[in-house]
Design a binder for this molecule. Structure first.
Ligand SMILES: NC(=O)c1ccc[n+]([C@@H]2O[C@H](COP(=O)([O-])OP(=O)(O)OC[C@H]3O[C@@H](n4cnc5c(N)ncnc54)[C@H](O)[C@@H]3O)[C@@H](O)[C@H]2O)c1
Length: 337
């Protein structure tokens, strides 16, 4: 008898492929379906992972064997597939950001509650070893109460110009900032009060991509503050497409994390800082922090254990970015809650 948990992936692009890989490498999961509005893409992924493919959400929703669905569609397209799957009683692992409006994120949470299923946002950097260690140090009181932070997550031009076909419908705020805002709130363990931001536009829009070039913002807490920064216009000559930096200053200590340098520098015809802890394979076995939240979600469903990454946290990140967008428009400090 096959007692594996049936899984499915909606959105067969860069990250949907990672979800599919994770579901085929967890011993308790069986990948049954992949779905994409682009049939060729769905077919290619299905052939790679030996499962069925479809362009219709109905096929997955109506398959009673499917208990877990990953939603890895573009940032602005999480709501519809997530709501549909939740309404059919599926547990949903949705990519970050949970949604690009607080209203949509709240409706997703309400639907998950109504159906009594799990809904988790894939904030995979919590599983990224240096950030995971920072959380442990903070939790054990190593730096005292966090008071101030600086977080930067940026990409080189390759990401908006070549990697993502939908970059003009997202931006550094929706694509990059969910990672650093979630980590910030996780480290601070307290609710933010306000946000005020500054942004530049013109470089990407001159290339037909109608979004912010770079953004900086200050988030204030009751007792503390943090500067967050994301850019999509770093030069492609940079050694990595990701520039990731985090500093947390506490009452009695500090933590510095260089997320984009993972201990190896390679000089060939190019100088690079390759990622070494995101997705790896050795002797036929997979490991890496991008697979871990997906495997964790399977375990949560299998053991009926509530995921520790909560929908409320996903909503708060979306609410914060929505407030940031308002602040960028009005040039005023905006309340987050
Ligand atoms: N690429 C990354 O490095 C990365 C990292 C972390 C998280 N994510 C998140 O993962 C999500 C997907 O990003 P990506 O980089 O894989 O994008 P992508 O463009 O590579 O893939 C998205 C796929 O979704 C499909 N799609 C669009 N609308 C759909 C719909 N309504 N139903 C079914 N399929 C649909 C597209 O055809 C495409 O194949 C985004 O929310 C992104 O922020 C991406």
């Amino acid at each position: 008898m096959n007692d594996k948990i049936g899984t499915a992936v909606i959105g067969c692009g860069i990250f949907g492929s990672i979800h599919a890989e994770a579901y085929t490498t967890h011993q308790a999961s069986q990948l049954l379906w992949v779905c994409d509005i682009n049939e060729e893409r769905a077919k290619a992924l299905a052939e790679k992972f030996n499962c069925k493919y479809t362009t219709s959400l109905d096929d997955i929703a109506e398959d009673e064997k499917v208990r877990i669905v990953s939603v890895a569609t573009p940032d602005f397209a999480h709501y519809e597939p997530t709501m549909k799957m939740l309404s059919y009683g599926k547990n949903v692992l949705v990519e970050k950001p949970m949604a690009t409006s607080t209203k949509e994120a709240e409706e997703m949470f309400a639907e998950a509650n109504k159906k009594g299923v799990f809904l988790m946002v894939d904030f995979h950097n919590r599983f990224n070893p240096p950030f995971n260690e920072a959380k442990r140090v903070i939790q054990e009181g190593g730096i005292g109460k966090p008071l101030m932070a600086y977080a930067r997550l940026s990409n080189s031009l390759y990401v908006p110009l070549k990697m993502l076909s939908w970059s003009g419908k997202s931006g550094p705020h929706w694509f990059l900032m969910p990672h650093i805002i979630d980590l910030l709130f996780w480290f601070f363990s307290r609710k933010p009060k306000t946000i005020i931001g500054k942004a530049h536009t013109g470089i990407l829009s001159s290339k037909g991509i109608d979004t912010y070039d770079c953004i900086q913002a200050i988030i204030s807490f009751e007792d503390g503050f943090a500067t967050i920064e994301s850019s999509w216009i770093l030069p492609d000559s940079a050694p990595s497409i990701v520039d990731f930096q985090f500093q947390i200053v506490g009452e009695k200590g500090k933590i510095e994390i260089t997320g984009s340098r993972q201990g190896i520098e390679v000089a060939t015809d190019k100088f690079t800082y390759p990622f070494v802890s995101d997705k790896r394979e050795l002797y036929g076995e997979r490991w890496g922090f991008v697979y871990m939240p997906i495997w964790y979600f399977v375990n949560c469903v299998r053991e009926n254990k509530k995921p520790e990454i909560t929908p409320e946290e996903g909503i708060l990140v979306t609410r914060t970015i929505e407030a940031l967008v308002e602040s960028l428009k009005t040039q005023k400090e905006v309340k987050i809650t």
